[in-house]
Design a protein around this ligand. Structure first.
Ligand code: G6P
Length: 614
């Protein structure tokens, strides 16, 4: 979704801002823009539809001097992606410029009032209302920008992270947030602002996470000042970024997605590190240990998530119910928040989110909080909003995920949920010691087994070329492999734009079987542990109708191989860990089909990495 970067210091702002925009590209966007104030106090805005490279071409022969500026990547919500709707936006007198992430819900009312008062609008965006409202506050109340910003924001309903610059005061940047993240980076006599840490990490590790409904004032030569919307001062808390530059670069891979697929053995080792202790036959998750009673007395667990994280949640349900015998419901956060759900004070609500910023997931936990439920977050991005809103939680430690299609974040969510289920089972005594020992020993072997699967990459890439003709795909799996089928189909859809559906294999005969002909590729996840015989029958049903079967099988399997057109092997493991392995060939298959079709795998059309609007 939209990205923000801003700079105030002694260096030239434009190169820093353009590099920052490139760092933010992964979030998904359709236009980009920049505003700069030069040494003669001229405020210029340059904007362009399309990629950041189009903006670079636009500004190549323009005056881009200046040591203060703001820049933005826009993911259209109100108004089509074009040059005019791109941010930044000017105020009426063209002395102010603003960038915005989020959605202003009452923009129509505000816009009508401002038009009545003689303010002119040029774009179809909700954002332009914000800068005109700030201008109006300055004009009508005769106040400074510093006073006008919180005043204007008091009339705004919706979500925002904004940054404003003023050509009459090029020593100042003013920013604010509600519902959309914002981070301040502190350099040597310079300030950075970002919607996440990626445009900042290259310059400083000292950051301040701006909290809800706070306004931040950055002024050359002065300390950071923060207030709430009523202008009451808040003490800034400086934190150290735990992010490295290497982690947000491609490191020799052609795409971030492929790099992230290959990182999975390591990210899983990290997600288990210090939490799994085979010597003591223990799993230690401090978030569970510290809140043992809440979990043990939970009436049920409700998992709320979106997209890939929701698929991880389904696997979590199977794991927790099987190992710890606690009932689990898995909810799309967007449905949960709007359907008046029954939530008890003794429910535990687990929010799963890579970004920790997904608007619907955040809203779902806020709703659960109002009903007194205990909130637990499973997130990847450290310091993001969901970990800050929940009572407890644990990070997945996958490191920054830049490819829009989630890969390593998914498997680390699954491994974290596996640890959580094991930890609950340990606390409740629901599985015998020997089985527990077997499981944690096997879990430790999973990263090595993923390494073995990655060795088949070349074979998968060759087979993938066959499927560039396909318009539809079906993915089938049962038990733990059913959510894997959903995730495999989602990966293919996201990056190749081929329509794909995942089904519990037995459901095929209740509808999807009508689609099967000699062109339809059917991916069947038929591992030995995973209701093998049942899936084999489903494959036979596909073959009887001349469908083309690609199977994922356990090493050494010949029966399924013989009835499949193509097959990929994965090492044997316990049934509950199969998703951590069976997912990998499906990620590679989607990647290679998308590459064979010439798609932009890291930034697929229309998608955003972090969905900060509902
Ligand atoms: C977007 C991303 C998906 C992700 C979903 C939920 O749609 O493109 O990859 O699964 O949001 O995001 P979250 O950050 O909450 O896991």
């Amino acid at each position: 979704m939209c990205g923000i970067v801003a700079y105030l210091g002694s260096k030239q702002a434009a190169p820093i801002l353009i590099k920052g925009l490139h760092r933010l590209e992964y979030r998904g966007y359709d236009s980009a823009g920049i505003a700069l104030i030069n040494d003669n106090n001229n405020l210029s805005i340059y904007k362009s539809k399309g990629k950041v490279s189009a903006l670079e071409a636009l500004i190549a022969d323009k005056d881009t001097s200046g040591t203060v500026g703001i820049a933005h990547t826009r993911w259209a919500t109100h108004g089509e992606p074009n040059d005019v709707n791109a941010h930044p936006h000017f105020s009426e007198h063209k002395n102010l410029a603003l960038i915005h992430n989020g959605i202003i819900e009452n923009y129509k009312t505000l816009k009508a009032e401002l038009i009545n008062r003689g303010y002119h609008f040029h774009s179809d965006t909700d954002t332009e209302v914000l800068i005109q409202l700030i201008q109006f506050m300055m004009d009508s109340h005769n106040v400074s920008l510093e006073e006008a910003v919180p005043l204007a924001l008091q009339s705004v309903i919706g979500a925002y992270a904004i940054v404003v610059i003023d050509k009459n005061n090029p020593n100042v940047l003013i920013a604010a947030r509600k519902g959309s993240p914002l981070i301040v980076g502190l350099g040597d006599d310079e300030f950075f602002l970002g919607s996440d840490a990626t445009p900042i990490v290259e310059y400083t590790k000292e950051v301040i996470y701006i909290d809800e409904e706070q306004v931040v004032f950055l002024e050359r030569g002065k300390d950071v000042r923060i207030t709430d919307l009523s202008k009451v001062a808040v003490t800034p808390v400086v934190e150290q970024l735990a992010l490295n530059l290497d982690a947000i670069e491609k490191g020799g891979f052609p795409h971030f997605m492929l790099k992230e697929i290959y990182e999975q053995p390591e990210t899983l080792r990290i997600s288990m590190h210090g939490r799994l202790n085979p010597e003591l036959n223990q799993v230690k998750l401090s978030g569970i240990i510290d809140n043992r009673e809440r979990f043990l007395n939970a009436r049920r667990i409700i998992i709320c998530a979106c997209g890939t994280s929701w698929h991880a949640g389904l696997i979590g349900k199977y794991l927790i119910e099987e190992l710890a015998r606690i009932p689990v419901e898995v909810e799309y956060a967007s449905e949960f928040r709007y359907r008046n759900p029954v939530i008890y004070p003794d429910d535990v609500v687990i929010a799963i989110s890579q970004s920790g910023e997904t608007a619907d997931t955040l809203a779902a936990i806020k709703l659960a909080k109002e009903h007194g439920a205990f909130l637990f977050g499973i997130c990847n991005v450290v310091g993001s909003s969901i970990p800050r809103e929940t009572n407890s939680g644990c990070y997945t430690h996958a490191g920054p995920e830049i490819g829009v299609a989630s890969t390593k974040a998914f498997t680390s969510q699954v491994s974290t949920l596996t640890l959580l289920a094991l930890s609950l089972a340990q606390e409740k005594g629901t599985i015998p010691q020997e089985r527990f020992a077997e499981l944690i020993a096997e879990l430790q072997r999973i990263p090595d087994k993923i390494e073995k699967i990655l060795e088949h990459d070349e074979k998968i890439s060759q087979i993938a070329k066959v499927f560039t003709y396909a318009h539809n795909f079906i993915y089938l799996g049962r038990a733990y492999n059913y959510p894997v089928a959903l995730e495999g189909a989602l990966k293919l859809k996201e990056i190749s734009y081929i329509h794909a559906e995942g089904y519990p294999a037995a459901e095929m005969k209740h509808g999807p079987i009508a689609l099967i002909d000699d062109e339809l590729p059917v991916v069947a996840i038929a591992t030995r542990k995973g209701r093998y015989e049942k899936v084999v029958s489903n494959i036979e049903e596909v073959k009887a109708r001349k469908g083309r079967v690609i199977s994922i099988v356990t090493e050494g399997d010949v029966d399924v191989k013989n009835i499949s057109d193509w097959s990929f092997e994965i090492p044997d493991t316990d049934e509950i860990f199969v998703p951590l392995l069976s997912t990998i060939p499906l990620q590679l298959l989607a990647y290679h089909i998308a590459i064979a079709k010439g798609r932009d795998v890291d930034q697929p059309r229309n998608l955003a990495k972090s969905v900060t609007v509902e």
